[in-house]
Ligand binder design. Sequence first.
Ligand code: ADP
Ligand code: MG
Length: 491
Amino acid sequence: MDLMTEMKDFLIERENTSYEVIIGLEVHAQVTSNSKLFSSSSTKFGAEPNTQVSLVDAAFPGMLPVINEYCIKQAIKTGIGLNAKINKKSVFDRKNYFYADLPQGYQISQYKYPIVGEGKVILDMPNGQKEVGIERLHLEQDAGKSIHDIDPNNTLVDLNRSGVALMEIVSKPDLRSPDEVNVYIKKLRSIMRYLGTCDGNMQEGSLRADVNVSVRKVGATEFGTRCEIKNVNSIKFMQMAIIHEANRQIDLIENGKSIDQETRLFDTKKNETRSMRSKEDAHDYRYFPDPDLLPLEVSDKFIDNIRSEIPELPDEKKKRFIEKFKLTPYEATILVSDIETSKYFEEVIKEADVKLSTNWITGELFAVLNDKNLDISQSPISAKNLSKLINLIKDGTISGKIAKTVFEEMIDGDKDPQKIIDTKGLKQQSDPKAIEELINKVIKNNAEKVTEYKSGKDKLFGFFVGQAMKESKGKGNPQLINKILKEKLNG
Ligand code: ADP
Ligand code: MG
């Protein structure tokens, strides 16, 4: 896609000038694993404070970290999912800084030699596909959590999270709008959920991002100075922060001032970003290779084994859905975005018509899930029963309209649609004789309208269909009613 069409999406207009927003994300994704990156403590969310803390996590003197092989596999798997280069040799460094909830006084992270190098992610935007470059993915430990609102005078520390494995996924500065950020985060989350490497649960903090923002006048070739907004934990907040921060920077430029590269915080209540500290350079952290950990080397065989476990990912699945099931790209994008949705869909179409299934899942079913705030894995209607319903429409047992009534009934307890139809007597009237009889009745009762119709008032046809439907108590086969009515009225 050329730059101009791209930029039309999101520009901030000022007097006589337009600005383009440049965004790069550092996403912190918690690795799905039972135990921590360098210790065997549990990573389970929501436990009582300080119940999942080993001596390593609490940084007792003399304790030694031991690399959790499973976390390494998860990071490599994610790298493969991001179409990225896997580095056979990587190094864990100490990144020194003081936090109350970081008892070691340093974080073990990867710096110069990350486990995963450059890759790319494809975004499906309304005006076409867009590629976003991945700079790197490295492993690091999470810190503990300071709690400020339990004790009025003291800050308490919970070390359960201390030492949990994080993947930091750093994008190139390729994002250009809050919409692209939305789609990018969702795509990353989707890929990691397919892979089972991060649950992507933003409420629990499993996925959060540092958002780097700069602006430049349209047509400029150099990037502007960026600010980094730390630790934003919802897509909505990321978008709000970007818009606010871009406008703040433009105001500065328009007033002839310059932008300081700094780290900022997004205040979600005031909808503004505030300076936290001026940007530290890498040398401020005094990175050096952790002497307790040897450089990590993985073999080709190790990587190949992981590669062989990679399931079909969203992009491939989308391609297959379009080719094999003749879905539109739009439908396919929706159905593959979540792995559970795609499984549900494939389960339904095992037995039922693809087109109808697509419509019912993305229409009625999604509406119910949305309404009840449920995931598809908690769907009140099973794939099996939905496919039964669709078959009952397809074979003419019920009309699409009656099917909606049946569907409403099914929600309560995943009822079998056939049983609902039987008990409520909802079966479609498809006997031509019976339909003809009820049409005769409608014609007889509306003699005046028939005359009007015959004298050219074509629009009345719909009226007759309505009357016949009513006469059949909504159960008349619509195609049959249409056909017989036409014969009677036009003949
Ligand atoms: P640091 O550790 O200094 O934050 P990283 O390399 O980890 O550096 O991350 C830099 C992030 O900032 C990347 O996501 C990158 O895409 C983004 N970035 C770099 N330059 C700009 C810019 N001019 N505008 C917006 N984002 C930028
Ligand atoms: Mg950073």
